[in-house]
Design a protein around this ligand. Structure first.
Ligand SMILES: [Zn+2]
Length: 61
């Protein structure tokens, strides 16, 4: 049974790409192609849709 992830591990699921790196790959600069953002605070771990409303993490043209 998997243990609960720490907040740090949870946030490590974000792409880690800078907006510029993401753009160079044709990906959304906000979520880095994930289409979701992982946020955690005080053990409350959330996955939220990309606020840019990108389509599946692709950069908008
Ligand atoms: Zn996005």
């Amino acid at each position: 049974m998997p243990r609960k992830m720490t907040d740090q591990e949870w946030e490590a699921q974000n792409s880690g790409l800078s907006p510029r790196q993401a753009a160079a790959r044709g990906l959304c600069g906000c979520c880095g192609g994930k289409a979701v953002l992982y946020t955690a605070f005080g053990g409350v771990q959330r996955k939220v849709p990309c606020p840019e409303k990108c389509r599946n993490g692709k950069a908008r043209r």
